[in-house]
Design a protein around this ligand. Sequence first.
Ligand SMILES: Nc1ncnc2c1ncn2[C@@H]1O[C@H](COP(=O)(O)OP(=O)(O)OP(=O)(O)O)[C@@H](O)[C@H]1O
Length: 308
Amino acid sequence: MAAIVSVKNLRKTYDTGFEALKSVNLDIEEGEILALLGPNGAGKTTLISTICGITVPTSGTVSVGGFDTVLEYRQARSLIGLVPQEINLEPFETVQNTVAFSRGLFGKPRDDAKVAAILKSLSLDDKAKSKVKELSGGMKRRVLIAKALAHEPRVLFLDEPTAGVDVELRRDMWNVVADLKATGVTIILTTHYIEEAEAIADRVGVISKGQILLVQDKAELMSQMGKKQLRVDLAERATTIPSSLSDYDLALEKDGTVLVYTYDTRHERTGIRRLLNEMNDAGLVMTDLQTQQSSLEDIFVGLVKDDA
Ligand SMILES: Nc1ncnc2c1ncn2[C@@H]1O[C@H](COP(=O)(O)OP(=O)(O)OP(=O)(O)O)[C@@H](O)[C@H]1O
């Protein structure tokens, strides 16, 4: 698949001297959902607003649909829809006008049918004539998305779309995002919530302290999640792993006093019983054992901690 957004060596240092982005490189494929995960202050909003051309980069380039976001701002910006973190709607305006007005801002001709279709796709058709202030929080979030889609962008950025919303509304938003993807829109969302990335992303990027630490296919990350470890305390320190145990994914830790066996929980047989027998045959005496599961959360926390 071709990259619709290409970020090259992007740096952003704010006037305060704070380096919010440190040479970020990222390609976003057309039609994918990419979730950018990161702790508070990691630089997620800075990255999104720089890609969208709202924040000017200190150096580096961003292209969207082949257009440079600084040199060809208008063309690039017309391909982008941005759903901000904060609800920034005009309370006394109707839903329909809010969306139609936003379309006009991008120089698109008036098209009532198009606006109606966008509202319908977000189940807002029966609210078209309602004033924004009359809507529930969930409906307002849908209006924000409708507004961002008004000029028919090809790439939609959602900055923390479910921050502070209840579980039901979060799931509702996930369905909205999945429906949008089905229409061919490329979606980039930032989130604090690991389960959100798990639920909807095709790829997951982890950002910390202004750097992208990893961008990986979610299924691959999930397969790492499926890994479990058995940690066996040994009665005596071992210097090498006996060759009779070479079929197992084993490592020695804690100066040879702990043998760690990594296995895939999705396999029907873990091989633990056989391993313990074979360890016994090889003369390795165990004094205790524990198992631990690595999760996306562990991977994420580990990455962010290593970066500290
Ligand atoms: N206009 C600004 N001037 C100076 N520093 C800024 C500015 N905007 C953001 N920062 C700093 O840059 C860092 C990254 O902020 P950013 O909002 O991009 O992070 P984030 O990952 O989106 O965080 P959150 O999840 O809390 O929204 C933070 O330390 C923030 O204080």
